[in-house]
Design a protein around this ligand. Sequence first.
Ligand code: IPM
Ligand code: MN
Length: 352
Amino acid sequence: MSQNYKIAVIGGDGTGPEVVNEGLKVLKAASKEFSFTYETKDFDFSGKRYLKTSKLVDDSDVEELKKYSAIYLGAVGDPDVKPGIIEKGVLLKLRFSLDQYINLRPVKLYDEKFCPLKDKKPADVDFIVVRENSEGLYKGMGEFKDKGTRDEVAIQISYNTRRGVERCIRYAFEYARRRNKKKKVTLCGKTNVLTYAWDLWQRTFNEVAKEYPDIATDYAHVDATTMWFVKNPEWFDVIVTDNLFGDIITDLGAMIQGGMGIAAGGNINPEGVSMFEPIGGSAPKYTGKNVINPLAAICAAGMMLDTLGETKAAEAVEKAVIKVSTKKLKSLAAGKMGYSTTEVGDLVAKNI
Ligand code: IPM
Ligand code: MN
């Protein structure tokens, strides 16, 4: 029986709507080829709307989104809105209120020519970061004391629950098993300094690992991890880490796979509604110019298909992305691809 999916589409800010259009083009091609059907509905959660109406994402929006099979998001961030407002009021609001507790970020190099590292080949850059997506320093806990005075103190708390840490680590082990590559999970932390949070993470990691005797384990401090990403990316298979470390290392990860133009991610609630997005920002400088690389958004659509259970369609999307990027594109950077945004979308759709 073929499935019908309900996809909530949030173009968002800047180049978000442009790249999402290309992803939807590819989704359409995949649906024809793999005989599933879907309907989409647009949701305007953007900086422009906020400036007009002061509205962000409210609880009734969240309830509405719970009726969907998945959410497909372009980008958040508007230069005319104070930093933090849209990020917190749209992106983090959705991640938190839909309990998308995993942020899954593949780091995969499709062609040597896109890699800034010397002598690294696609086989060397192929791992995935499982970023905890609901706690840590992103929880927004903290306070000011004596704000505005010379004695001011600003406290920002990293909030880690056993339950939150465990479900994330377990997801990473399950993922390593399913992925079936090096079958290795590396915990990326800071046990030598952050001795509360990372003690909990390390203990939980060790306990969960016992249930997965077929999966090898490793540990790397976050600072060393950034070094290994550049020096020996081939050591990694699945990396599990907290919210902030995951945020930071996946920007570096994006660079070694060819840049933000190709880096996709999924905010996953394995029991609920997940949201897929290119991990780059809204790129105001390139907005409306038809030059931004839509491949990250297209890869995010592929991840969405995979999560929905359309595995064959997801594989076809990846294959088409590999073919187009390696055979046609000069670079993955905006304005340097040798093709426009819409042309790249057309090429991928044609290759499904
Ligand atoms: C990301 C982004 C977000 C984050 C911002 C926009 C809130 O950098 O998805 O990595 O910090 O998680
Ligand atoms: Mn980030």
